[in-house]
Design a protein around this ligand. Structure first.
Ligand code: MSP
Length: 638
């Protein structure tokens, strides 16, 4: 793959609020994307920063009884520290109160003024102080700002205007000719939708009599620059417009992409390209738009208490887990709902169970059965090839998904591989091979395959779980990650391996285990709390089957447990069920029940349980799931 250059920006965040989950989510997405591109060998530049001018900041500062600059300094520092704490790998952090930014804003304003793109005029309209913009009659809902639901103020004043309207046809044409200019497509359509209405000129100044906290217009010091006109320019001022080397290599060479939330689509997809066009500056390459996190149905950033609380979960459960949840749970472009239950659910299922268990059992087996190091493999069997192909499929899947910022799909592709490797370990049963001296070579091949798959995961997971991925690579002696090292077979035989237990400890959700639960540790949160919605492919991972009870007996010294011998198709298994207080063993023999057939084995009172019987419970009544028509044992339940 030829290395490419990639310049990615986040929005610059207003300093009227402390960093919260919404800001963190965009910044984490940007960071994951940049880490991914660096892994591929691309030259990457990540920019973030703070938007510090305008009414809202002046008002907040006044409330706090400090100067706007002192106020902005404090919150900008909080953003910077937060990103450092979360391990964000930004290359620069721009603040709109920095002189390097102000000079560029003034230079662009002057250029536009000289070219006749800015004129002086009068405008009267309904203004929202929260949004710092005028609303047209069509946009107003019940006389209020559609975003803040607060009354608008009619303002009539003289201002400077940018001739945005004259670029309407040009912008439509540009969007039509560059289908990727705004993605996902729904947002491109939304922009084309705005452009079906006549585009107004844009008021780009505020009179000093009303607002002082802004960049003065270079051609009229009685006015300051409108905050959006000021803020958007950060994307070029930060890289040294008009003649800095970074500007030339990153922006002018068409490598710039923006990442934003859907709330600021119009300024980025309409104001910004027309401003660039009028100033004779090349356009950005692509605008990537994500949806909103909601909490209890409402848009998050308007209920600040909740977002701050949600953000505190990053310290409670760890940065990697938080990052994983944000990237895994949101379908790029669509809204997603945030809840602690869903977060813990993902943490337990995907991180503790799927990934954590794999890392722990894989390293433990290599250490215990391979003498502490990766053994040299023998010839590969078809099962081993399938793992290798699984890794190749995951690499391709991640690459395809990441081209579209589809983090959730990239992670789903990696979790496919984790599933494949977990099933491979179960099927190959290295613990059984280790008992047979004739199977030594086979054991070596299996251990090598597991080690190599784990090494691949240590690279692939790096953008998404940087901490855990580094630990995985550390355990299999792999150095700094790079996609160039994803080729199968680079794990050198003889590499020492260390055990990696407890990569993600399971979070105890505090609810009692289900009555029939053979694995108390896997207890579900109580039903009243409600669980996160899952896609059907998640559900398909649960193998439910009909089983016939062949024998049942009480487990010695346990009030609750019964040991069941069951038949699932041709297979006979032992399973432990917590129904002894509700069923007489003799009554169960001959019954057909429904079991979870693919649970990892668990040992209860010294008995290995292979599966779980399903039962419903309500206020002390426990009822086993049975069938209302006869079907053979082993039948799949879906
Ligand atoms: N200062 C402007 C942006 C100027 S860019 C030239 C601004 N700042 S903001 O602080 O309000 O940040 C808005 C951005 O924060 C959104 O576009 C999104 O990236 C992020 N989010 C804030 N709340 C969010 C959610 N509830 N969900 C997802 N992202 C959200 O607008």
């Amino acid at each position: 793959m030829t290395p490419r250059t990639f310049y990615l920006t986040t929005p610059i965040y207003y300093v009227n609020a402390r960093p919260h989950l919404g800001h963190a989510s965009t910044t984490i997405m940007a960071d994951a994307m940049c880490r991914y591109r660096r892994l591929r060998g691309d030259r990457v530049y990540l920019l973030t920063g703070t938007d510090e001018h305008g009414d809202r900041i002046a008002q907040e500062a006044a409330k706090a009884g400090v100067s706007p600059q002192a106020y902005a300094d404090e919150i900008a520092a909080a953003f910077r520290d937060t990103w450092r704490r979360l391990g964000i790998t930004n290359d620069d952090f721009i603040r709109t109160t920095e002189p390097r930014h102000a000079v560029v804003v003034q230079a662009i304003l002057q250029k536009l003024h000289d070219a006749g793109e800015i004129y002086f005029g009068e405008y009267g309209g309904n203004y929202c102080f929260g949004c710092e913009r005028f609303y047209t009659d069509k946009e107003i809902v019940d006389g209020k700002c559609p975003d803040h639901q607060t009354p608008l103020t009619f303002i009539k004043e003289q201002n400077y205007f940018f001739r945005m309207s004259k670029y309407q046809d040009w912008l439509i044409k540009h969007l039509e000719e560059h289908p990727d200019f705004v993605q996902p497509e729904r947002y491109r359509n939304e922009v084309l939708g705005f452009l079906r209405e006549p585009l107004q000129d844009l008021s780009i100044s505020r009179p000093r009599t009303r607002l002082q906290w802004g960049i003065p217009l270079p051609f009229d010091d009685q006015y300051v620059t409108y905050v959006w006109f000021d803020a958007l320019i950060n994307y070029v001022s930060a890289v040294g417009y008009p003649d800095g080397p970074l500007y030339r290599d990153l922006w002018a060479a068409d490598h710039a992409e923006h990442l934003i939330g859907k709330d600021i689509l119009k300024p980025h997809a309409v104001y910004w390209p027309t401003m660039l066009k009028a100033a004779g500056i090349p356009l950005y390459h692509r605008l990537n738009v994500h949806g909103y996190w909601t909490l209890g149905g409402g848009k998050m950033s308007k209920s600040v208490g909740n977002v701050v609380e949600a953000f505190s979960l990053t310290d409670k459960y760890g940065h990697d887990a938080f990052r994983y949840f944000l990237l895994r749970e949101m379908n790029f472009g669509l809204d997603a709902s945030f809840s602690e239950e869903a977060f813990v659910g993902r943490l337990n299922a995907d991180l503790a169970n799927d990934l954590g268990n794999l890392a722990s059992r894989a390293t433990t087996m290599i250490v215990n059965f391979g003498g502490g190091a990766v053994p040299a493999p023998g010839p590969a069997a078809p099962e081993d090839m399938a793992v290798r192909e699984g890794l190749e499929r995951a690499v391709a899947g991640v690459s395809q998904a990441m081209d579209a910022f589809a983090f959730q799909r990239a992670l789903a592709a990696i979790w496919e591989l984790i599933g494949t490797v977990n099933r491979y370990v179960d099927a190959m049963a290295p613990w059984a091979l280790a008992k047979d001296p004739d199977k030594r070579e086979r054991l070596a091949t299996v251990l090598y395959t597991i080690g190599e798959a784990l090494r691949g995961l240590g690279i692939l997971l790096d953008p998404f779980l940087p901490g855990a991925a580094a630990k995985i690579r550390g355990a299999v002696g792999a150095p700094a990650p790079s996609h160039a090292d994803l080729g199968w077979g680079r794990l050198a035989p003889g590499t020492p391996v260390t055990k990696l237990p407890g990569l993600f400890p399971r979070i105890d959700v505090g609810a009692a285990s289900g009555p029939a639960g053979a694995r108390p540790a896997a207890a579900a949160p109580n039903a009243e709390a409600g669980l996160a919605k899952i896609p059907i492919d998640e559900f398909a991972k649960v193998e439910l089957r009909v089983a016939e009870v062949l024998a049942a007996e009480k487990v010695a010294k346990s009030k609750k447990l019964l040991k069941l011998t069951i038949k699932v198709g041709e297979e006979t298994r032992t399973l432990v069920a917590g129904v002894a207080e509700h069923y007489d063993p003799a009554d169960l023999v001959g019954r057909k029940v429904v079991i979870v057939a693919n649970l990892m084995p668990a040992t209860l009172m010294g008995i290995e349980s292979n599966g779980m019987v399903l039962a419903a419970s309500h206020e002390g009544t426990v009822s086993l799931l049975t069938l209302d028509k006869d079907v053979p044992s082993g039948s799949r339940v879906k």
